[in-house]
Write a protein that binds this ligand. Sequence first.
Ligand SMILES: [Fe+2]
Length: 441
Amino acid sequence: MSSIPSVAPNTALASRFRSARCRTLALVEPLTPEDMMVQSCPEASPAKWHLAHTTWFFESFVLREFLPGYKIFHPDFAWLFNSYYQSFAAFPEKRLRSSFSRPSLDEILRYRAHVDDAIERLLEADAEPEALKRIELGANHEEQHQELLLTDILHALFTNPLRPAYKSGLDPSAQSQIELEPAQWIELEGGLTDVGHAGSAFSFDNELPRHRVWLEPYALADRLVTNGEFADFIADGGYKRPELWLSAGWDTVLREGWRAPLYWSNTDGAWTLFTLRGEQSLDAMRAAPVSQVSYYEADAYARWAGRRLATEFEWEAAAEALPIEGNLLDSENLMPVPAVQLAAFPAERLIRDEGRGQYQCWGDCWEWTASAYLGYPGFHPLSGSLGEYNGKFMSGQMVLRGGSCVTPAAHIRASYRNFFGPETRWQFSGIRLAKDTTEMQ
Ligand SMILES: [Fe+2]
């Protein structure tokens, strides 16, 4: 009796694979070869490296093991484009990735084509279930790097004195007249709640096993905190009041000289915000969600507002029934937009009209949660080198939920756990407030 693979049939998988590979190439179209070499902060990688590393993943974890007769493209690429898989091969220091002027961009594009052809051959052959699972994992890995590619290039363009736009064509000044109502509260009962991934569709190992948690009654804000509201926090001395900050957060404020979110600049008292669509005035962006804030800033804002951040399970319980629709990469806004701009997101409008859920659950900004990134009870990392994918980062990081304006829609789900250190702020990371609705005994 043959076992049934827990992956989609080959045709659906082939389509997922092709669309992921094509989209990565589409995302670098606005970039010059010089843009693709920049590595402007330690967290980031050059776009050219992303092109190569995502290809390396398929070659290393799929083709070498599962395609008989596969011809390695270049023997040095196995270690050159390894990111952090210690048990697979050595790898260069991350900070040196911008010095990879060789191999050339042309050679990396040929590497991509070579690997793509080989994966297509494997998909046409009678590939074993584990190979199909690895291809699906590779497509999901590629989507993660699509988001990283855009967040990294945003930082690269921000550090360029010319502040060039990645893409023009959206006029945020159209948002400048939007007046949002104060956030409303969505009340949730809590109780014994199942969390974690359910079903046979793809998930990462860190979303498993599904298990039960207890939630006290709570409430979530029905939208994200806006730039305008965050400007009020700044104007009220938010970055100058140690009582609002966690100790490590305050140390970071002092050490880094933080006065505002990462891409805010102040000239003669007027704030501007840098986006993938170029520099924008705060006035034009006032109703859009604040983004590129660290966990420390999200926590300090919540304390200033007399509220708190949700735990990851409070967030998941509120999100699980909501259709995945919102300002994700597929909308091509490439920046967070105000909660009232819902014409393109009818499901989200429906949620609001029926009072069933919260705006901006999916997309716009990843939402910092108050939960440390840990393995679930019974967590088992993948076997072999792929066990290093998620599990080894389970210390010193906080969980973020919900995806951002540069997350592919096919990539996100209610159980998805993103994670970064609490000082990290080059991602599209924002704030949703939460509160308790009963006094704890
Ligand atoms: Fe990776």
